[in-house]
Design a protein around this ligand. Structure first.
Ligand SMILES: *Cc1c(COP(=O)(O)O)cnc(C)c1O
Length: 502
């Protein structure tokens, strides 16, 4: 299986090269040249396996330069009951919101309480093996731009992994207090964290610039380093996310919620378009998906794109209570456009160039139509988000975080407007305890709240009778190690000085 760049099909690399490198040298993203095809019998075989077994099958179909033993080792180390609380790291919780079924796929039982763990617990294993195959004598410098959750999940995944150094950049005022605390207290000898004066897009643009700066790359090479990425621009981040869509489908079949072959909808609270893109790959592989429902917060650039065919980042940026979705440039849309346009690299390059220079592009009408038949978009502001958290908990007994609530709200409107009764899998992407202040304000409107983050965590637990995830509770007694703040244009200097390179 080979991979090529979304913006130049003449660039062709192996799976391990794609993962080791993270992003193509021309600035495009790596995509599989062919997509493995699963028959209904193949999917039936998956229903008989546990999560680890399902992951092994799917990963091995994409990573053909890994041996079966290597895949086995990566998957088995990543998805342990110790790290994810049970043998199934991605369990479904069958809920009702009024008369609407909410089949909630809880993706936040990992070590950092966000769905990013599903990929970032395995990526370091995949990356180290990829590096040994491609650049045996180089150390990897992992650069991460984060809107809050990726940073911590990547730090936790790469902490003290031999042959790697990791640096995380987050928007100084753009993450929740708990997210900030998770990152600034990070342990490990090979980690570094820096806040950026700016928003997530500034951090992401800064990282992308470093990756494609020839002078910097050369400087690193001379010192025995190679850059790589733990953001969802890295194929090794995206691939493990395909697994939980097949797994959820299998679990629903086994639980008698659907019959094998029935179609489902997926509902995804979306930021960088990685999670929902993973579900699209599952669909292209043969998973029966009817509609993709793309849920955004007030940064509704994707809602507008799906409705009009114009992607326009020239708009106000809102800092919302669902900060991990505060994104105006959704990187993985580039991969989606590539596959939806029958692998038209020239077209994708045109759109991406226009996005870079004008901040906007419009897809042709054929592509817009195609997207519209598969995808529905919707968005929800903070007021609605809070109302949904309140009602879902106080009326129907299920506590969800601010991001999941955006998806619940958008799905509810979709179901009411369309009457579409296809059973839906709705992704729950974070524990409510990562956003205790916002969640408390939603369920206990008007009450005075404590200022201290951990007092809020305790109050949320007392009010809802739910347990605080242990790793979050443990942060209370840790001191901050990383207090650096810099401008986005100072990121290259930060990287060099952290590596001790002149
Ligand atoms: C990252 C994140 C999202 C957005 O996921 P994408 O793959 O970037 O679309 C949604 N919710 C939470 C809690 C996240 O951490």
């Amino acid at each position: 299986m080979k991979y090529n760049s979304t913006t130049n099909k003449n660039i062709v690399v192996s799976a391990s090269q794609a993962i080791a490198q993270g992003i193509s040298s021309d600035g495009g993203l790596f995509v599989p040249v062919e997509i493995p095809q699963y028959s209904m019998a193949d999917i039936e075989a998956l229903t008989k396996l546990d999560y680890v077994g399902r992951a092994k099958k799917i990963l091995s179909d994409y990573l053909d330069d890994f041996t079966a033993d290597e895949i086995d080792e990566c998957v088995t180390k990543a998805y342990t009951a110790e790290k994810f609380g049970s043998a199934n790291p991605a369990p479904l919780s069958y809920q009702k919101y009024g008369d609407i079924d909410m089949n909630v796929l809880e993706l936040w039982h990992g070590p950092t309480s966000a769905f990013k763990d599903m990929a970032l617990q395995i990526l370091p294993h995949l990356l180290i093996k990829s590096l040994r195959k491609t650049y045996p004598d180089k150390q990897a410098v992992i650069l991460v731009a984060t809107s809050g959750d990726t940073g911590k999940a990547a730090l936790e995944g790469f902490k003290d992994v031999d042959g790697t150094k990791i640096m995380v950049f987050y928007p100084v005022d753009g993450v929740s207090p708990m997210q900030k605390r998770q990152m600034t207290t990070q342990e490990g000898e090979n980690v570094n964290v820096c806040a950026i004066r700016g928003n997530f897009d500034d951090a992401q643009t800064g990282v992308k610039k470093i990756f494609t700066d020839p002078a910097l790359i050369e400087k690193l090479e001379k010192n025995g380093y190679i850059f790589s990425s733990a953001n969802s621009i890295n194929w090794g981040r995206l691939l493990p996310q395909i697994v939980y869509y097949f797994s959820a489908y299998s679990d629903m079949v086994n639980d008698g919620k659907i019959a094998l072959g029935d179609k489902i909808n997926v509902v995804v609270p979306t930021g960088n378009f990685g999670n929902i893109l993973a579900s699209y790959y599952a669909y292209r592989m043969g998973l029966p998906i009817n509609k993709f429902i793309c849920a955004s917060n007030s940064n509704n650039v994707l809602t507008d794109f799906i409705a009009t065919g114009t992607y326009d980042k020239n708009r106000s940026f809102y800092a919302t209570i669902s900060p991990s979705m505060d994104i105006l440039v959704s990187s993985n849309l580039e991969r989606f456009l590539y596959h939806m346009s029958e692998c038209d690299d020239v077209k994708v390059k045109g759109y991406m160039t226009s996005l870079k220079t004008e901040g906007t592009y419009t897809v042709d009408s054929e592509l817009k139509e195609k997207i519209g038949t598969l995808f529905a978009g919707g968005f929800c502001d903070d007021v609605k988000t809070k109302a949904v958290i309140d009602e879902f908990f106080n009326k129907y007994g299920y506590l969800c975080d601010t991001h999941t609530a955006v998806a619940v709200s958008v799905y509810k409107e979709y179901a009411e407007q369309t009457g579409d009764k296809t059973p839906a899998v709705l992704d729950s992407t974070a524990s409510p305890y990562k956003f205790s202040g916002s969640v408390l304000k939603a369920i206990a409107d008007g009450e005075a709240l404590p200022d201290d983050e951990f007092a809020m965590v305790d109050l949320l637990s007392a009010k809802t009778g739910t347990a605080v995830p242990k790793p979050l509770a443990a942060l209370k007694d840790k001191t901050a190690r990383f207090t650096n703040v810099c401008n986005a244009d100072e990121m290259p200097e930060f990287v060099l000085s952290a590596l001790g390179i002149e």
